[in-house]
Design a protein. Sequence first.
Length: 69
Amino acid sequence: MKQRVGLITLGVRDLDRARRFYEGLGWKSGAAPDDDVVFFQTGDMVFALWDRAKLAADSCVEDGQGWAA
């Protein structure tokens, strides 16, 4: 079986700002302005933006702030 990545979720502090950044690159999303997650179809893969705290809670992990800038 051919291995591939189908979904990447990025936890972000400011969902609106991150969405505007990727939309500024020309990426399109069908998400409503008040949706909790913003999905972008990128070829055969889906790229998602989600509030960092909500992602940590859903994943049952503590947000250690590592690699945050």
